[in-house]
Design a binder for this molecule. Structure first.
Ligand code: NAP
Length: 499
């Protein structure tokens, strides 16, 4: 795609119509592998656009809530078929706007499809429960009801899968949506909405507003008709949103940053551990919330581990994500490269040893994009900023541990608590780790990455607040539980004197 004024302009989707923002202003999005290439122009929306989207979602919520959940599920099944048909196009949209290798983008599309399939089936299982009442001739049970209108605010690093894993359970639970994607990755958002439009979602149920989080996102949070906010992004913004939404007594869930560690004990299968750490640290160019950004290695195998780690890292090929042979693609924006280079500088100043990489790549094919070498620091201490702060790029920090207890202590010595892993053959040590690691997801003999859509996903501490996403918990967030008591006796009855 070359930069030219005729590059397509994409619109907001409000009340079933693709619409210009009220000001008519747009902004360009560039391809991070070829920064002169424009991916498209997108609506630079203002608060009025967000309010129009809330009007639409609010109006549509009355009928959508009445549609039986299995029928809502049927629409999701249709969306699944459309995604299957358009899967290559969706993957390419991810790579040209976010930068990640096309194989990772194909995996992301698959992940989005998995959640839609899972959520569609859950339309037949939005269970409440029944229990004996303490009173005679009384039936007591719970039902699930939608929240109403929900705002979904999403980041750029998984521009299709994260919106899909919020949208699918949100719709099945009977809510209508205003979807505010990250400003740098709106193309995947437009395509996701097109899929649901084609699948026959009723008018106004799903509304898309692109534009700056500070104004559009904030309007959605403040609007009294928006009952729930599901956010994924940085801890800084998530904390602000959680605080404000709580003041407004709204339902809110925030999935935020990570500083995930892999622990390698001396009895680990070393080949497995090294390949898990390399894919965890450098896959998707390290721009995953679950990326391995720390590795904690037991002293006895430290040297062996490091030499294998360097060897495998050096074998990674770097370049345009559209070229299938590349393992590492560009960072997604100028901001990202600035941040990553700043942290590489900070690590060096703090006294960590730069063991591999550390440079921006600017020559030849790299001159057009935001490329940085995969980077490894060793002799990292827990009080360094590179040990504590989320870098969100292909930078791995390596720690030495004297034993398993020491390793778990280092693992837990950060404010984040999203994901972690341990490589060991020892069941006792594996369980000690499972029971004490301060992360919402723990992996044994597997990388810190990912998860499956029918299991909860999310973190502790600065990594997450509110109910988990995905799995059954994902539906809990998007529903209100209502308790029902039915007295089917005749005549007056002695009532409880409590509450
Ligand atoms: P971000 O800067 O916090 O932005 C996330 C979203 O919030 C974007 O849509 C952004 O819009 C919007 N936003 C910004 N300011 C806002 C405000 N004041 N009010 C309402 N919305 C606002 O995060 P990011 O850079 O896109 O994403 C990277 C971060 O996401 C990393 O920290 C990563 O760890 C985290 N992440 C976490 C998970 C998880 O599940 N735990 C998954 C993926 C990513 P604009 O784009 O217009 O600014």
């Amino acid at each position: 795609m070359t930069a030219n004024p005729s590059t397509k302009t994409y619109k907001n989707f409000i009340n079933g119509v693709w619409t210009d923002s009220v000001t008519g202003q747009t902004y360009p999005v560039f391809n991070p592998a070829h920064t002169a290439d424009i991916v498209g122009h997108f609506q630079s929306s203002i608060p009025q656009d967000a309010e129009n989207a809330v009007d639409s979602a609010y109006e549509a919520s009355k009928e959508w809530a009445k549609m039986p959940a299995p029928q809502r599920g049927a629409i999701l099944y249709r969306a699944l078929g459309i995604m299957e048909r358009r899967s290559r196009e969706l993957a390419e949209a991810i790579t040209i706007e976010e930068g990640k290798p096309i194989a990772d983008a194909i995996g992301e599309v698959k992940r989005a499809m998995n959640i839609i399939e899972y959520a569609a089936g859950e339309g037949r299982r939005l269970f409440g429960y029944t229990t004996p009442s303490e009173l005679p001739d009384t039936v007591a049970y719970t039902i699930k009801r939608p929240i109403g209108v929900v705002a979904l605010i999403t980041p750029w690093n998984f521009p299709l899968a994260i919106p899909a894993w919020k949208l699918a359970p949100c719709l099945i639970a009977g809510n209508t949506v205003i979807y505010k994607p990250a400003s740098s990755t709106p193309l995947s958002a437009v395509k996701l909405v097109e899929v649901f439009e084609e699948a026959g979602l009723p008018t106004g149920v799903l509304n898309l507003v692109t534009g700056p989080g500070g104004s559009v996102g904030n309007t959605l949070i403040e609007d009294p008709r928006v009952g729930g906010i599901s956010f994924t992004g940085s801890t800084e913004i998530g904390t602000q949103i959680s605080t404000r939404a709580s003041e407004l007594l709204k339902k809110v869930q925030c999935e935020m940053g990570g500083k995930n560690a892999a622990i390698i004990l001396k009895d680990a299968d070393l080949d497995k551990a090294v390949s898990g750490v390399v894919s965890g640290a450098f896959g998707s160019t390290g721009q995953r919330c679950t990326a391995t950004s720390r590795v904690i290695v037991e002293e006895a195998i430290y040297d062996d581990f490091m030499s294998l780690l360097i060897k495998q890292t050096a074998a990674l090929s770097i370049g345009d994500g559209m070229n299938e042979k590349n393992d590492i693609a560009p960072l997604s924006s100028q901001n990202q490269i600035n941040t990553v280079l700043e942290y590489i500088g900070i690590g060096t100043e703090e006294g960590a040893k730069l063991k591999y990489g550390g440079n921006q790549l600017r020559d030849g094919e790299f001159s057009e994009g935001y490329y940085v070498q995969p980077t490894i620091f060793e002799d990292v201490k827990s009080d360094m900023r590179i040990a504590q702060e989320e870098i969100f790029g292909p930078v791995l920090t390596v720690f030495r541990a004297s034993n398993a207890k020491d390793a778990i202590k280092i693992n837990n010595n950060v404010q984040f608590g999203l994901s972690s892993s341990i490589y060991t053959q020892n069941l006792v040590k594996a369980h000690e780790y499972i029971n004490t690691a301060q992360t919402g997801m723990v992996h044994v003999n597997a990388p810190t990455l990912g998860g499956e859509v029918h299991l909860p996903f999310g973190g502790l501490g600065a990594s997450g607040t509110g109910q988990r996403e995905q799995g059954i918990e994902g539906f809990e967030f998007f529903s209100e539980t209502v308790t029902v008591y039915i007295d089917h006796s005749s005549g007056a009855k002695e009532r409880s004197r409590f509450i």
